[in-house]
Design a protein around this ligand. Structure first.
Ligand code: FAD
Length: 315
């Protein structure tokens, strides 16, 4: 999680921080005490002290530099499809990247700003008869979140198609990183380790047949809908795949499907998902995660690590 290590200066009134942020963004791009349940796929989470929605790279940089100067912590979010925000919310500034949405094409390369949904980039590729991003059609994250997480599905992953990414370091330096410099690993990249902010990414794709690309995307969409509990809010597969096994299989054989605390339940449709049946809290969610980890360890001797990022503070 790109969370700056600076300590919050708790005495700093929000108005002072807002006043400094208004030097770089407009009034309607800042929200104070904003409930993060509106920004997460689980539809849970406490409030952000300050939430900012930059629309340009220079605004992102301006926010970051001011946060540093004022010693206010900050974190970055895309579509919130892989985070659980605790019920006490997030202190400091949450930078939500979803207003950075331009996309362009040059030969077989697509360059997309970080806030654009990955699924939109996948469809854009299909419209231009470019193959390589079909796997991404049902992943609900943004480009930035997908690069950060090295998102993947059905045998494909971001690292296989990413040419380079423009990032902002935590010191406000703008860098263009090559594929090699991004040090991708399973659901991980240098973005997480260095707390970089992804500004845009360029994907290198192959010329393909539009009908074949579309057929593959339709097939994957259908497979997703038949296997995943998309009718409920969730954060997708909660756990990373352990070596030589599947988290969902281990959870299933441990008899945990349907296990529930409050309204957070291990999905009866896909054991790797924990769904919000209506009014789950982050605390419910996290207790279910801990129970699943403990039970799978006791029954199968395997420690499951969660892929989803748990952020914020308890109540
Ligand atoms: C129904 C469902 C299905 C899913 N299926 C899949 C799947 O098939 N494969 C898969 O890999 N994932 C899947 N996910 C998880 C999720 O969609 C991916 O991890 C996605 O890449 C997260 O993107 P996001 O924009 O939502 O990131 P967020 O959830 O907002 O953030 C996730 C992490 O990325 C960081 N981040 C976000 N934007 C940036 C940025 N611009 N710069 C730096 N860091 C950033 C955040 O700080 C955080 O640490 C699924 C989730 C759901 C809800």
């Amino acid at each position: 999680m790109p969370m700056d290590a600076l300590t919050a200066r708790k005495s700093m009134p929000f108005q002072d921080v807002v006043r400094r942020l208004l030097e770089v963004v407009k009034d309607d791009q800042i929200k104070v005490n904003e409930p993060l349940e509106y920004y997460t796929y689980t539809k849970i989470g406490g409030k952000a002290d300050i939430l900012v929605l930059p629309a340009t790279f220079s605004q992102v940089k301006g926010i970051l530099l001011r946060a540093k100067q004022l010693q206010v912590p900050f974190m970055v979010m895309g579509n919130g499809s892989n985070v659980i925000v605790k019920d006490g919310g997030i202190r400091g500034i949450v930078i939500v990247m979803t207003r950075l949405i331009s996309i362009s094409l040059q030969k077989n390369q697509i360059t997309a700003q970080s806030g654009i949904p990955l699924a939109v980039v996948s469809r854009y590729a299909w419209l231009h008869h470019l193959s390589g991003l079909e796997f991404a059609v049902g992943i609900p994250g943004t480009v930035g979140g997908a690069v950060c997480m090295n998102a993947g599905a059905y045998g494909g992953q971001i690292s296989e198609v990413l040419e380079r990414a423009v990032v902002l370091t935590k010191d406000g330096q703008c860098l263009s990183l090559t594929h090699q410099q991004l040090h991708f690993e399973y659901r991980d990249s240098v973005i997480q380790r260095e707390s970089h902010i992804v500004l845009e990414a360029t994907f290198r794709l192959e010329q393909g047949d539009g009908d074949e690309i579309k057929a593959k995307m339709d097939d994957l969409t259908q497979r997703r809908a038949s296997k995943q509990p998309l009718e409920y809010p969730s954060c997708g597969s909660v756990f990373k795949r352990p070596q030589n096994d599947y988290a969902a299989r281990l959870i299933q054989v441990s008899g945990l499907q349907g296990f529930r605390i409050g309204d957070a339940q291990v999905s009866t449709k896909h054991a790797g998902f924990i769904v919000n049946l209506g009014h789950a809290t982050a605390s419910d969610y996290i207790q279910v995660i801990r129970h699943v980890q403990q039970t799978v360890l006791e029954r199968n001797g395997i420690a499951l690590n969660h892929e989803v990022k748990i952020v914020g503070e308890d109540v």
